[in-house]
Design a protein. Structure first.
Lengths: 265, 265
Protein backbone atom coordinates (compact mmCIF):
# COMPACT_ATOMS: atom_id res chain seq x y z
CA UNK A 1 0.00 0.00 0.00
CA UNK A 2 1.21 3.47 -0.81
CA UNK A 3 1.46 6.15 1.84
CA UNK A 4 -1.02 9.01 2.17
CA UNK A 5 1.21 12.09 2.32
CA UNK A 6 3.78 10.26 4.44
CA UNK A 7 1.15 8.61 6.67
CA UNK A 8 1.37 4.83 6.27
CA UNK A 9 -1.93 3.64 4.82
CA UNK A 10 -1.89 0.65 7.16
CA UNK A 11 -1.70 2.96 10.18
CA UNK A 12 -4.33 5.31 8.79
CA UNK A 13 -6.68 2.36 8.22
CA UNK A 14 -6.10 1.13 11.76
CA UNK A 15 -7.00 4.52 13.23
CA UNK A 16 -10.02 4.87 10.94
CA UNK A 17 -11.18 1.46 12.15
CA UNK A 18 -10.88 2.55 15.78
CA UNK A 19 -12.88 5.69 15.00
CA UNK A 20 -15.62 3.54 13.48
CA UNK A 21 -15.55 1.19 16.47
CA UNK A 22 -15.95 4.13 18.86
CA UNK A 23 -18.80 5.58 16.80
CA UNK A 24 -20.57 2.21 16.79
CA UNK A 25 -20.70 2.19 20.58
CA UNK A 26 -22.09 5.72 20.81
CA UNK A 27 -24.62 5.38 18.00
CA UNK A 28 -25.94 1.99 19.14
CA UNK A 29 -26.29 3.23 22.71
CA UNK A 30 -29.34 5.22 21.61
CA UNK A 31 -30.53 3.53 18.40
CA UNK A 32 -34.12 2.27 18.75
CA UNK A 33 -34.31 3.31 22.40
CA UNK A 34 -36.85 5.55 24.10
CA UNK A 35 -34.07 7.87 25.27
CA UNK A 36 -33.46 9.01 21.72
CA UNK A 37 -34.04 12.75 22.02
CA UNK A 38 -34.23 14.84 18.88
CA UNK A 39 -33.92 18.55 18.35
CA UNK A 40 -34.52 20.67 15.29
CA UNK A 41 -31.36 22.25 13.84
CA UNK A 42 -33.21 24.17 11.15
CA UNK A 43 -36.77 25.08 10.34
CA UNK A 44 -36.86 22.05 8.03
CA UNK A 45 -37.00 18.87 10.07
CA UNK A 46 -33.39 17.77 10.63
CA UNK A 47 -32.96 16.00 13.94
CA UNK A 48 -29.61 15.92 15.62
CA UNK A 49 -29.39 13.37 18.32
CA UNK A 50 -27.40 12.97 21.44
CA UNK A 51 -25.77 10.02 19.72
CA UNK A 52 -24.65 12.20 16.81
CA UNK A 53 -22.69 14.48 19.10
CA UNK A 54 -21.33 11.72 21.32
CA UNK A 55 -20.08 9.71 18.34
CA UNK A 56 -18.28 12.66 16.78
CA UNK A 57 -16.73 13.63 20.12
CA UNK A 58 -15.44 10.10 20.61
CA UNK A 59 -13.84 10.11 17.15
CA UNK A 60 -12.30 13.56 17.69
CA UNK A 61 -10.73 12.43 20.97
CA UNK A 62 -9.03 9.50 19.25
CA UNK A 63 -7.70 11.69 16.43
CA UNK A 64 -6.43 14.33 18.86
CA UNK A 65 -4.57 11.67 20.83
CA UNK A 66 -2.92 9.95 17.89
CA UNK A 67 -2.74 12.54 15.11
CA UNK A 68 -2.86 16.00 16.75
CA UNK A 69 -1.36 17.57 13.61
CA UNK A 70 -4.29 16.48 11.39
CA UNK A 71 -7.28 18.68 10.67
CA UNK A 72 -10.85 17.69 11.51
CA UNK A 73 -14.01 18.63 9.63
CA UNK A 74 -17.12 17.22 11.27
CA UNK A 75 -20.84 17.85 11.13
CA UNK A 76 -21.36 18.61 14.80
CA UNK A 77 -18.39 20.71 15.97
CA UNK A 78 -16.10 23.47 14.73
CA UNK A 79 -13.48 22.81 12.08
CA UNK A 80 -9.92 22.17 13.19
CA UNK A 81 -7.23 23.36 10.77
CA UNK A 82 -4.67 20.85 9.53
CA UNK A 83 -0.92 21.25 10.13
CA UNK A 84 -0.06 17.98 8.37
CA UNK A 85 -1.85 18.50 5.06
CA UNK A 86 -4.32 15.75 6.06
CA UNK A 87 -7.84 16.26 7.35
CA UNK A 88 -10.32 13.80 8.83
CA UNK A 89 -13.83 14.41 7.53
CA UNK A 90 -16.51 12.94 9.82
CA UNK A 91 -20.26 12.48 9.74
CA UNK A 92 -21.15 10.63 12.93
CA UNK A 93 -24.66 9.77 11.74
CA UNK A 94 -25.36 10.23 8.05
CA UNK A 95 -29.10 9.79 7.70
CA UNK A 96 -30.42 11.05 11.03
CA UNK A 97 -33.99 10.78 9.72
CA UNK A 98 -33.41 7.10 9.05
CA UNK A 99 -31.71 6.74 12.43
CA UNK A 100 -34.66 8.12 14.37
CA UNK A 101 -37.01 5.93 12.30
CA UNK A 102 -35.08 2.77 13.14
CA UNK A 103 -34.03 1.88 9.58
CA UNK A 104 -30.65 0.13 9.19
CA UNK A 105 -29.45 2.32 6.30
CA UNK A 106 -27.90 5.28 8.16
CA UNK A 107 -24.16 5.19 8.61
CA UNK A 108 -21.01 6.57 10.19
CA UNK A 109 -18.84 8.30 7.56
CA UNK A 110 -15.09 8.67 8.05
CA UNK A 111 -12.69 10.01 5.43
CA UNK A 112 -9.06 11.06 5.36
CA UNK A 113 -8.40 13.77 2.79
CA UNK A 114 -5.38 15.57 1.41
CA UNK A 115 -5.43 18.61 -0.87
CA UNK A 116 -6.51 16.41 -3.81
CA UNK A 117 -9.56 15.01 -2.03
CA UNK A 118 -10.50 11.82 -0.15
CA UNK A 119 -7.81 9.15 -0.04
CA UNK A 120 -9.31 6.75 2.51
CA UNK A 121 -12.89 6.22 3.60
CA UNK A 122 -15.21 4.09 5.69
CA UNK A 123 -18.99 3.76 5.47
CA UNK A 124 -20.00 1.92 8.63
CA UNK A 125 -23.48 0.55 9.45
CA UNK A 126 -23.30 -0.22 13.16
CA UNK A 127 -26.61 -2.07 13.63
CA UNK A 128 -25.98 -4.59 10.85
CA UNK A 129 -22.28 -4.65 11.66
CA UNK A 130 -21.18 -3.78 8.13
CA UNK A 131 -18.06 -1.79 7.27
CA UNK A 132 -17.35 -0.68 3.68
CA UNK A 133 -13.69 0.34 3.38
CA UNK A 134 -11.78 2.07 0.58
CA UNK A 135 -8.11 3.07 0.60
CA UNK A 136 -5.12 2.91 -1.74
CA UNK A 137 -4.93 -0.79 -2.62
CA UNK A 138 -7.96 -1.86 -0.57
CA UNK A 139 -11.71 -2.11 -1.31
CA UNK A 140 -13.41 -4.37 1.19
CA UNK A 141 -16.70 -5.09 2.96
CA UNK A 142 -16.48 -6.53 6.45
CA UNK A 143 -19.95 -7.76 7.38
CA UNK A 144 -22.18 -10.51 8.70
CA UNK A 145 -21.17 -12.84 5.87
CA UNK A 146 -17.44 -12.27 6.38
CA UNK A 147 -14.98 -10.14 4.37
CA UNK A 148 -15.78 -9.54 0.70
CA UNK A 149 -14.04 -7.54 -2.00
CA UNK A 150 -15.86 -4.46 -3.22
CA UNK A 151 -16.09 -4.02 -6.99
CA UNK A 152 -18.40 -1.62 -8.79
CA UNK A 153 -20.54 -2.94 -11.64
CA UNK A 154 -19.50 -3.36 -15.25
CA UNK A 155 -21.18 -1.03 -17.77
CA UNK A 156 -24.81 -1.59 -18.74
CA UNK A 157 -27.34 0.56 -20.55
CA UNK A 158 -29.23 3.22 -18.57
CA UNK A 159 -32.42 1.34 -19.42
CA UNK A 160 -31.11 -1.62 -17.41
CA UNK A 161 -29.70 0.47 -14.57
CA UNK A 162 -30.72 0.93 -10.95
CA UNK A 163 -30.65 4.50 -9.59
CA UNK A 164 -30.84 5.52 -5.92
CA UNK A 165 -31.41 8.82 -4.17
CA UNK A 166 -32.56 9.77 -0.68
CA UNK A 167 -35.55 12.09 -1.28
CA UNK A 168 -37.89 11.91 -4.30
CA UNK A 169 -37.79 15.72 -4.64
CA UNK A 170 -33.93 15.58 -4.67
CA UNK A 171 -33.25 19.32 -4.21
CA UNK A 172 -34.52 22.47 -5.93
CA UNK A 173 -37.17 22.24 -8.63
CA UNK A 174 -34.48 22.43 -11.34
CA UNK A 175 -32.41 19.76 -9.61
CA UNK A 176 -35.49 17.60 -9.24
CA UNK A 177 -36.25 17.96 -12.95
CA UNK A 178 -32.69 16.97 -13.90
CA UNK A 179 -32.89 13.94 -11.63
CA UNK A 180 -36.27 13.03 -13.13
CA UNK A 181 -34.72 12.85 -16.62
CA UNK A 182 -32.25 10.22 -15.45
CA UNK A 183 -34.92 8.44 -13.40
CA UNK A 184 -37.20 8.19 -16.44
CA UNK A 185 -34.40 6.48 -18.38
CA UNK A 186 -33.45 4.02 -15.63
CA UNK A 187 -35.00 0.62 -15.07
CA UNK A 188 -35.42 0.93 -11.32
CA UNK A 189 -35.39 3.93 -8.95
CA UNK A 190 -35.24 3.56 -5.18
CA UNK A 191 -35.37 6.08 -2.34
CA UNK A 192 -34.57 6.55 1.30
CA UNK A 193 -31.16 4.99 1.83
CA UNK A 194 -28.86 7.93 2.66
CA UNK A 195 -25.18 6.88 2.60
CA UNK A 196 -26.09 3.22 2.25
CA UNK A 197 -26.76 3.79 -1.45
CA UNK A 198 -23.09 4.67 -2.00
CA UNK A 199 -22.06 1.50 -0.17
CA UNK A 200 -24.33 -0.55 -2.45
CA UNK A 201 -22.78 1.09 -5.50
CA UNK A 202 -19.27 0.19 -4.28
CA UNK A 203 -20.51 -3.35 -3.67
CA UNK A 204 -21.62 -3.74 -7.29
CA UNK A 205 -25.34 -3.83 -6.48
CA UNK A 206 -26.54 -0.65 -8.18
CA UNK A 207 -25.39 1.65 -10.98
CA UNK A 208 -26.05 5.26 -9.99
CA UNK A 209 -26.61 7.52 -7.01
CA UNK A 210 -27.63 11.13 -7.71
CA UNK A 211 -28.14 13.73 -4.99
CA UNK A 212 -28.04 17.49 -4.46
CA UNK A 213 -27.38 19.82 -1.56
CA UNK A 214 -24.75 17.61 0.04
CA UNK A 215 -22.16 18.75 2.54
CA UNK A 216 -18.50 17.69 2.25
CA UNK A 217 -18.87 15.31 5.20
CA UNK A 218 -21.76 13.56 3.38
CA UNK A 219 -19.67 12.58 0.38
CA UNK A 220 -15.92 12.37 1.20
CA UNK A 221 -16.08 8.85 2.65
CA UNK A 222 -18.33 7.56 -0.17
CA UNK A 223 -15.88 8.97 -2.73
CA UNK A 224 -12.95 7.07 -1.22
CA UNK A 225 -14.91 3.80 -0.97
CA UNK A 226 -16.39 4.01 -4.47
CA UNK A 227 -13.14 5.04 -6.18
CA UNK A 228 -11.30 2.17 -4.48
CA UNK A 229 -13.99 -0.17 -5.84
CA UNK A 230 -13.49 1.14 -9.38
CA UNK A 231 -16.42 3.57 -9.53
CA UNK A 232 -16.48 7.30 -10.16
CA UNK A 233 -17.93 10.23 -8.18
CA UNK A 234 -18.16 13.79 -9.54
CA UNK A 235 -20.41 16.81 -9.43
CA UNK A 236 -23.14 17.07 -12.09
CA UNK A 237 -20.70 18.66 -14.58
CA UNK A 238 -17.96 16.07 -14.14
CA UNK A 239 -15.85 18.12 -11.70
CA UNK A 240 -14.61 17.23 -8.23
CA UNK A 241 -17.35 16.26 -5.76
CA UNK A 242 -15.64 16.35 -2.38
CA UNK A 243 -16.87 19.89 -1.74
CA UNK A 244 -20.46 18.59 -1.72
CA UNK A 245 -23.39 20.12 -3.58
CA UNK A 246 -24.74 18.23 -6.60
CA UNK A 247 -23.19 14.77 -6.70
CA UNK A 248 -23.37 11.78 -9.05
CA UNK A 249 -21.78 8.46 -8.19
CA UNK A 250 -21.52 5.91 -10.98
CA UNK A 251 -20.35 2.33 -11.24
CA UNK A 252 -18.21 3.04 -14.30
CA UNK A 253 -17.25 5.88 -16.68
CA UNK A 254 -19.72 4.79 -19.38
CA UNK A 255 -22.90 5.06 -17.32
CA UNK A 256 -21.49 8.17 -15.66
CA UNK A 257 -21.21 9.83 -19.08
CA UNK A 258 -24.71 8.70 -20.08
CA UNK A 259 -26.23 10.16 -16.92
CA UNK A 260 -24.30 13.45 -17.15
CA UNK A 261 -25.86 14.10 -20.56
CA UNK A 262 -29.36 13.78 -19.10
CA UNK A 263 -28.53 15.85 -16.02
CA UNK A 264 -27.34 18.67 -18.31
CA UNK A 265 -30.78 18.64 -19.97
CA UNK B 1 -50.67 -19.04 25.06
CA UNK B 2 -54.04 -19.84 23.58
CA UNK B 3 -54.42 -22.34 20.77
CA UNK B 4 -55.04 -21.32 17.18
CA UNK B 5 -58.05 -23.40 16.17
CA UNK B 6 -56.77 -26.39 18.15
CA UNK B 7 -53.16 -25.98 16.97
CA UNK B 8 -50.95 -25.26 19.99
CA UNK B 9 -49.45 -21.79 19.50
CA UNK B 10 -46.11 -23.07 20.79
CA UNK B 11 -46.02 -25.70 18.05
CA UNK B 12 -47.19 -23.28 15.38
CA UNK B 13 -44.45 -20.83 16.38
CA UNK B 14 -41.84 -23.57 16.23
CA UNK B 15 -42.88 -24.57 12.71
CA UNK B 16 -43.03 -20.93 11.60
CA UNK B 17 -39.49 -20.49 12.92
CA UNK B 18 -38.29 -23.48 10.92
CA UNK B 19 -39.94 -22.05 7.80
CA UNK B 20 -38.09 -18.77 8.36
CA UNK B 21 -34.81 -20.62 8.94
CA UNK B 22 -35.24 -22.52 5.67
CA UNK B 23 -36.09 -19.34 3.77
CA UNK B 24 -33.00 -17.61 5.18
CA UNK B 25 -30.76 -20.25 3.68
CA UNK B 26 -32.37 -20.02 0.24
CA UNK B 27 -32.58 -16.24 0.11
CA UNK B 28 -29.03 -15.64 1.34
CA UNK B 29 -27.65 -18.17 -1.14
CA UNK B 30 -28.21 -15.61 -3.91
CA UNK B 31 -28.38 -12.24 -2.12
CA UNK B 32 -25.68 -9.87 -3.42
CA UNK B 33 -24.21 -12.52 -5.72
CA UNK B 34 -23.61 -12.40 -9.45
CA UNK B 35 -25.76 -15.50 -9.94
CA UNK B 36 -28.87 -13.53 -9.04
CA UNK B 37 -30.95 -13.96 -12.16
CA UNK B 38 -34.08 -11.89 -12.58
CA UNK B 39 -37.02 -12.29 -14.87
CA UNK B 40 -39.92 -10.03 -15.57
CA UNK B 41 -43.27 -11.32 -14.32
CA UNK B 42 -45.28 -8.45 -15.74
CA UNK B 43 -44.72 -5.58 -18.12
CA UNK B 44 -43.95 -3.40 -15.10
CA UNK B 45 -40.55 -4.26 -13.68
CA UNK B 46 -41.17 -6.91 -11.01
CA UNK B 47 -38.27 -9.35 -10.78
CA UNK B 48 -38.81 -12.80 -9.45
CA UNK B 49 -35.63 -14.51 -8.51
CA UNK B 50 -34.47 -18.04 -8.29
CA UNK B 51 -34.21 -17.42 -4.56
CA UNK B 52 -37.86 -16.40 -4.37
CA UNK B 53 -39.00 -19.72 -5.76
CA UNK B 54 -36.47 -21.82 -3.84
CA UNK B 55 -37.40 -20.21 -0.54
CA UNK B 56 -41.13 -20.75 -1.02
CA UNK B 57 -40.57 -24.37 -2.12
CA UNK B 58 -38.49 -25.05 0.99
CA UNK B 59 -41.24 -23.64 3.22
CA UNK B 60 -43.97 -25.58 1.43
CA UNK B 61 -42.04 -28.83 1.87
CA UNK B 62 -41.85 -28.30 5.63
CA UNK B 63 -45.56 -27.50 5.90
CA UNK B 64 -46.54 -30.52 3.79
CA UNK B 65 -44.46 -32.79 6.02
CA UNK B 66 -45.74 -31.51 9.35
CA UNK B 67 -49.18 -30.02 8.65
CA UNK B 68 -50.52 -31.64 5.46
CA UNK B 69 -54.07 -30.65 6.41
CA UNK B 70 -53.27 -26.89 6.36
CA UNK B 71 -53.79 -24.69 3.33
CA UNK B 72 -50.99 -22.74 1.66
CA UNK B 73 -51.26 -19.39 -0.11
CA UNK B 74 -47.93 -18.25 -1.51
CA UNK B 75 -46.71 -15.74 -4.05
CA UNK B 76 -44.89 -18.15 -6.31
CA UNK B 77 -47.00 -21.33 -6.55
CA UNK B 78 -50.63 -22.42 -6.77
CA UNK B 79 -52.90 -22.16 -3.74
CA UNK B 80 -53.47 -25.27 -1.67
CA UNK B 81 -56.91 -25.53 -0.06
CA UNK B 82 -57.09 -25.98 3.71
CA UNK B 83 -58.75 -29.00 5.33
CA UNK B 84 -57.96 -27.81 8.89
CA UNK B 85 -59.38 -24.29 8.76
CA UNK B 86 -55.84 -22.92 8.93
CA UNK B 87 -53.82 -21.56 6.03
CA UNK B 88 -50.15 -20.57 5.80
CA UNK B 89 -49.68 -17.35 3.85
CA UNK B 90 -46.15 -16.97 2.47
CA UNK B 91 -44.16 -14.31 0.68
CA UNK B 92 -40.65 -15.73 0.28
CA UNK B 93 -39.13 -12.35 -0.67
CA UNK B 94 -41.25 -9.30 0.01
CA UNK B 95 -39.42 -6.44 -1.69
CA UNK B 96 -37.75 -8.15 -4.63
CA UNK B 97 -36.66 -4.75 -6.00
CA UNK B 98 -34.82 -4.10 -2.75
CA UNK B 99 -33.43 -7.62 -2.82
CA UNK B 100 -31.89 -7.25 -6.26
CA UNK B 101 -30.51 -3.84 -5.23
CA UNK B 102 -28.78 -5.27 -2.17
CA UNK B 103 -30.72 -3.28 0.45
CA UNK B 104 -31.33 -4.99 3.81
CA UNK B 105 -35.02 -4.06 4.03
CA UNK B 106 -36.67 -6.91 2.08
CA UNK B 107 -38.08 -9.75 4.13
CA UNK B 108 -39.56 -13.20 4.34
CA UNK B 109 -43.24 -13.05 5.35
CA UNK B 110 -44.92 -16.00 7.06
CA UNK B 111 -48.43 -15.92 8.48
CA UNK B 112 -50.87 -18.49 9.84
CA UNK B 113 -54.48 -17.49 9.25
CA UNK B 114 -57.88 -18.81 10.23
CA UNK B 115 -61.23 -17.63 8.89
CA UNK B 116 -60.95 -14.43 10.97
CA UNK B 117 -57.57 -13.42 9.56
CA UNK B 118 -53.91 -13.66 10.57
CA UNK B 119 -53.26 -15.16 14.02
CA UNK B 120 -49.48 -15.61 13.91
CA UNK B 121 -46.85 -13.89 11.80
CA UNK B 122 -43.13 -13.50 11.19
CA UNK B 123 -41.29 -10.75 9.34
CA UNK B 124 -37.77 -12.06 8.86
CA UNK B 125 -34.78 -10.09 7.54
CA UNK B 126 -32.18 -12.77 6.77
CA UNK B 127 -29.15 -10.59 6.01
CA UNK B 128 -29.33 -8.63 9.26
CA UNK B 129 -30.53 -11.69 11.12
CA UNK B 130 -33.66 -10.03 12.48
CA UNK B 131 -36.93 -11.82 13.18
CA UNK B 132 -40.08 -9.89 14.17
CA UNK B 133 -42.64 -12.30 15.66
CA UNK B 134 -46.28 -11.84 16.59
CA UNK B 135 -48.65 -14.48 17.98
CA UNK B 136 -51.29 -14.79 20.72
CA UNK B 137 -49.37 -13.70 23.84
CA UNK B 138 -46.07 -12.97 22.07
CA UNK B 139 -44.58 -9.87 20.37
CA UNK B 140 -40.83 -10.18 20.06
CA UNK B 141 -37.83 -9.15 18.00
CA UNK B 142 -34.94 -11.58 17.80
CA UNK B 143 -31.96 -9.71 16.36
CA UNK B 144 -28.31 -8.73 16.55
CA UNK B 145 -28.86 -7.03 19.91
CA UNK B 146 -30.67 -10.01 21.45
CA UNK B 147 -34.39 -10.55 22.10
CA UNK B 148 -36.55 -7.47 22.63
CA UNK B 149 -40.24 -6.99 23.21
CA UNK B 150 -42.19 -5.32 20.42
CA UNK B 151 -44.54 -2.54 21.43
CA UNK B 152 -46.12 -0.04 19.07
CA UNK B 153 -45.89 3.66 19.89
CA UNK B 154 -48.17 5.64 22.17
CA UNK B 155 -50.42 8.24 20.51
CA UNK B 156 -48.92 11.48 19.19
CA UNK B 157 -50.25 14.16 16.88
CA UNK B 158 -50.05 13.60 13.11
CA UNK B 159 -47.79 16.66 12.95
CA UNK B 160 -45.24 14.77 15.06
CA UNK B 161 -45.68 11.45 13.28
CA UNK B 162 -43.43 9.45 10.95
CA UNK B 163 -45.09 7.88 7.89
CA UNK B 164 -43.58 5.20 5.63
CA UNK B 165 -44.54 3.81 2.26
CA UNK B 166 -42.65 1.93 -0.44
CA UNK B 167 -43.17 4.01 -3.60
CA UNK B 168 -43.73 7.80 -3.66
CA UNK B 169 -46.54 7.39 -6.21
CA UNK B 170 -48.24 4.83 -3.87
CA UNK B 171 -50.82 3.50 -6.36
CA UNK B 172 -53.35 5.08 -8.69
CA UNK B 173 -53.54 8.87 -9.02
CA UNK B 174 -56.46 8.98 -6.57
CA UNK B 175 -54.62 6.75 -4.11
CA UNK B 176 -51.51 8.91 -4.46
CA UNK B 177 -53.55 12.03 -3.72
CA UNK B 178 -55.06 10.44 -0.61
CA UNK B 179 -51.61 9.43 0.59
CA UNK B 180 -50.31 12.94 -0.11
CA UNK B 181 -52.92 14.42 2.25
CA UNK B 182 -51.60 12.32 5.12
CA UNK B 183 -47.97 12.92 4.08
CA UNK B 184 -48.51 16.69 4.12
CA UNK B 185 -49.76 16.46 7.71
CA UNK B 186 -46.95 14.21 8.97
CA UNK B 187 -43.61 15.38 10.31
CA UNK B 188 -41.48 12.89 8.40
CA UNK B 189 -42.17 10.69 5.34
CA UNK B 190 -39.81 7.94 4.24
CA UNK B 191 -39.82 5.58 1.26
CA UNK B 192 -38.41 2.35 -0.04
CA UNK B 193 -38.60 -0.09 2.85
CA UNK B 194 -41.17 -2.68 1.74
CA UNK B 195 -42.20 -4.96 4.63
CA UNK B 196 -39.50 -3.55 6.88
CA UNK B 197 -41.71 -0.51 7.51
CA UNK B 198 -44.31 -2.72 9.20
CA UNK B 199 -41.59 -4.24 11.37
CA UNK B 200 -40.47 -0.75 12.43
CA UNK B 201 -44.06 0.13 13.31
CA UNK B 202 -44.37 -2.96 15.50
CA UNK B 203 -41.03 -2.03 17.11
CA UNK B 204 -42.35 1.39 18.16
CA UNK B 205 -40.12 3.33 15.77
CA UNK B 206 -42.69 4.87 13.44
CA UNK B 207 -46.40 5.78 13.53
CA UNK B 208 -47.96 4.95 10.16
CA UNK B 209 -47.50 2.82 7.04
CA UNK B 210 -49.87 3.46 4.14
CA UNK B 211 -49.83 1.45 0.91
CA UNK B 212 -52.10 0.43 -1.93
CA UNK B 213 -52.32 -2.47 -4.35
CA UNK B 214 -51.13 -5.06 -1.85
CA UNK B 215 -51.66 -8.79 -2.15
CA UNK B 216 -52.80 -10.88 0.83
CA UNK B 217 -49.31 -12.40 1.19
CA UNK B 218 -47.84 -8.87 1.50
CA UNK B 219 -49.87 -7.97 4.55
CA UNK B 220 -50.99 -11.05 6.54
CA UNK B 221 -47.69 -11.44 8.44
CA UNK B 222 -47.40 -7.70 9.17
CA UNK B 223 -50.97 -7.72 10.54
CA UNK B 224 -50.16 -10.50 13.01
CA UNK B 225 -46.91 -8.86 14.15
CA UNK B 226 -48.38 -5.37 14.48
CA UNK B 227 -51.56 -6.48 16.26
CA UNK B 228 -49.50 -8.51 18.74
CA UNK B 229 -47.45 -5.34 19.41
CA UNK B 230 -50.60 -3.33 20.12
CA UNK B 231 -50.98 -1.64 16.74
CA UNK B 232 -53.83 -1.71 14.26
CA UNK B 233 -54.02 -2.60 10.54
CA UNK B 234 -57.09 -2.02 8.37
CA UNK B 235 -58.03 -1.03 4.86
CA UNK B 236 -58.49 2.70 4.13
CA UNK B 237 -62.10 2.60 5.33
CA UNK B 238 -61.36 0.82 8.61
CA UNK B 239 -62.31 -2.68 7.40
CA UNK B 240 -60.31 -5.88 7.42
CA UNK B 241 -56.96 -5.66 5.61
CA UNK B 242 -55.90 -9.28 5.22
CA UNK B 243 -57.33 -9.43 1.72
CA UNK B 244 -54.79 -6.83 0.59
CA UNK B 245 -55.53 -3.75 -1.50
CA UNK B 246 -55.36 -0.38 0.25
CA UNK B 247 -53.80 -0.81 3.68
CA UNK B 248 -53.06 1.46 6.62
CA UNK B 249 -51.04 0.28 9.61
CA UNK B 250 -51.04 2.51 12.68
CA UNK B 251 -49.31 2.46 16.04
CA UNK B 252 -52.54 3.10 17.94
CA UNK B 253 -56.26 3.73 17.35
CA UNK B 254 -55.94 7.51 17.76
CA UNK B 255 -53.49 8.14 14.94
CA UNK B 256 -55.28 5.51 12.87
CA UNK B 257 -58.48 7.53 13.15
CA UNK B 258 -56.70 10.80 12.35
CA UNK B 259 -55.15 9.32 9.19
CA UNK B 260 -58.41 7.67 8.03
CA UNK B 261 -60.10 11.08 7.98
CA UNK B 262 -57.43 12.45 5.62
CA UNK B 263 -57.44 9.34 3.43
CA UNK B 264 -61.20 9.76 2.96
CA UNK B 265 -60.59 13.29 1.64
Amino acid sequence: MTDIRGYATHDALALAGRLADAARIETLRYFRTDQLATESKEAQFDPVTVADRAAEAAMRDLIEAERPQDGILGEEYDDKQSRSGLTWVLDPIDGTRGYISGTPTWGVLIALCDETGPRLGIIDQPYIGERFIGAPGLAQLQGPQGPRSLKARAPRALGEATLFTTFPEVGTAAEGAAFARVAAAAQLVRYGTDCYAYALLAAGQIDLVIEAGLNPYDICAPIAVIEAAGGIVTDWTGGAAHGGGRVIAAANPQIHADALVLLAG
